[in-house]
Design a protein around this ligand. Sequence first.
Ligand code: ADP
Length: 336
Amino acid sequence: MAIKRLLDKSAQPADLEEEISLRPRNFDEYVGQKRLKTNLQLAIAAAKKRREPLDHILLYGPAGLGKTTMATVIAAEMGVPMRTTSGPAIVRAADLASLITNLKAGDILFIDEIHRLNRAVEEILYSVMEDFKLDISLGKGAGAKSLRLDLPPFTLIAATTRTGSLSAPLRDRFGHIHRLEFYTVEEIAKIIRRSADILKTKITPEAAQTLAGRSRLTPRIANRLLRRVRDYSDIKADGLITETEAEAALEMLAIDNLGLDAADRLLLSLIIDNHGGGPVGLSTLAAMLGDESQTIEDYFEPFLLQIGLLERTPRGRCTTPKAKSHLTSLDGRQSA
Ligand code: ADP
């Protein structure tokens, strides 16, 4: 499904490479998220003044909003190295041990998708985060011994799309917990213009604005759409992206005027047509779409909730009147 592909971090190697080149390197280049930046700049200045590592930081919010990017910016602004891993990559306690015993005082460890850490590893992390002590057990059964290692004080930055899935003991061990917000269309247009500059692609301000309006208020989607439109314009036009190329490429991708793709529209119309607008339980919705509940929660819902097309109720998901009128307006246009 297109939106999932546009949002997925591991989607396409070429996208990933480009994403790294487009990634802001400092607070000045990092567009938007003003409140987050102000808070972190203060924390960084204070830590530097005291010559201490930063407190552990938890960043949460929907995919593609800039959590990983912010972690790299923090490391750069602190002037310290950062090691990157992710929840599912730390399978055993030994994986965690080998990562953190290599850290030096002040270093940053970034764990993406921390909600996917397994229980055993998570429990070891508690004393690591709180006391910089690593408890490891050697051997098995009656002869097992436990060992406590002192660690240098380092900073853990963790990212998650869902704080709800984190246990309270883990959440409580972060000194800073920050939510990343969806961007404004203006901010996304600015990101598109900046990315076009880096990619040496010419785009008119109007075309940047059009793409921004269809990027689900999400930088990763904005950058990937820009890439798709650039491909289109290189082949079908003379390389300059004007509104005509932007509109034509978006049409080819079946992305509508709100930034929804065919899968979003299918999700909304299934709720409206088969369930009278809801409520529909998440698992029923997943079965109807032939997708996993997690995919729906991570990739589809955040934006649909944000723009008021979907509502989450205790009994399930409901569409709003706005969703119905959006689909009706598209039907009208298609049959016109
Ligand atoms: P997340 O970790 O939240 O899924 P990323 O940090 O990987 O998101 O961001 C995806 C891409 O979007 C980055 O590679 C970067 O190019 C771009 N990006 C994210 N946040 C910003 C921002 N505030 N300003 C400019 N570009 C951004």
